[in-house]
Ligand binder design. Sequence first.
Ligand SMILES: Nc1ncnc2c1ncn2[C@@H]1O[C@H](COP(=O)(O)OP(=O)(O)OP(=O)(O)O)[C@@H](O)[C@H]1O
Ligand SMILES: CC(C)(CO)[C@@H](O)C(=O)[O-]
Ligand code: BAL
Length: 283
Amino acid sequence: MADIETIHTVAELRARVRIWRAAGQRVALVPTMGALHAGHVALMQAAHQHAERIVVSIFVNPTQFAPTEDLARYPRTLDADREKAGLAGVDVAFAPDVAEMYPQGFATTVSLDGPALGLETDFRPTHFAGVATVVAKLFSQVAPDVALFGEKDYQQLAVVTRMARDLDLPVKVIGVPTVREPDGLALSSRNVYLSAEERRIAPVLYRALGVAAQAIRSGAPVAEAVESARDDVRSAGFALDYLDARHAETLAPVAGRGDGPLRLLVAARLGATRLIDNIAVPD
Ligand SMILES: Nc1ncnc2c1ncn2[C@@H]1O[C@H](COP(=O)(O)OP(=O)(O)OP(=O)(O)O)[C@@H](O)[C@H]1O
Ligand SMILES: CC(C)(CO)[C@@H](O)C(=O)[O-]
Ligand code: BAL
């Protein structure tokens, strides 16, 4: 067993972090919603490069789910999560309940602009306000030196990076490359929802992004490459939410390659499962 200490209250968490700080140790935070997989473990492994102590938060944050979304059926696997986090050398799993995170009368939300505009927000209008608010709370609760986020949720990484800068939060936000299945599918807790047939189709998403990124690199107009990737994704049986090229840092819309480093981002649904992915356009 590689079980680890699990803390459920902010007060106990702060007491634990205070002891580490008194010993001069740096602290890393890996925020998650649990159902841990190798993508999360990559964040924990990266955390070791930046800190002596690691906290993984495990909290299925209700405020980032719309009422129609999968909050109720989101996988919850705390015992297995603690085991995996322990094996990855994490010190503490912070697993507050909803009342601890959102006490009676809770009335404050982070308001976002810039990288939060468009893409996910067109389909999940309240999502990033929920994410940013809970991440701001986690930053305040843990007071980490660094916090690690996956590039799989690329817009989320951009939103959190911007928020930390704008609100002068004293934490370095670090992005970690996406961990993939051998066939290219990005690991995601939601992959467990896929039927066998959907799982067979799912890698098309990353393949289509890869083809478009290479085409743009070879000189194809961005709009043409993007349109062709949209066709590939739809033809495979996905219902497409968006597939777009954006500025890699600001996520502002772009007209062409001259507008700066580009990132292609996609969200698409296979049956009841919504998948997201993204890729850098090489220079
Ligand atoms: N395949 C992956 N590679 C790298 N990081 C990942 C991967 N999947 C998730 N992460 C990161 O792990 C952190 C926690 O994500 P979360 O708990 O939502 O897992 P998830 O697998 O992304 O679940 P979901 O299905 O809800 O998207 C986020 O920073 C996310 O970007
Ligand atoms: C960052 C996060 C843990 C906030 O709830 C969540 O959005 C996630 O798991 O990516
Ligand atoms: N990984 C992002 C969490 C969400 O989709 O709600």
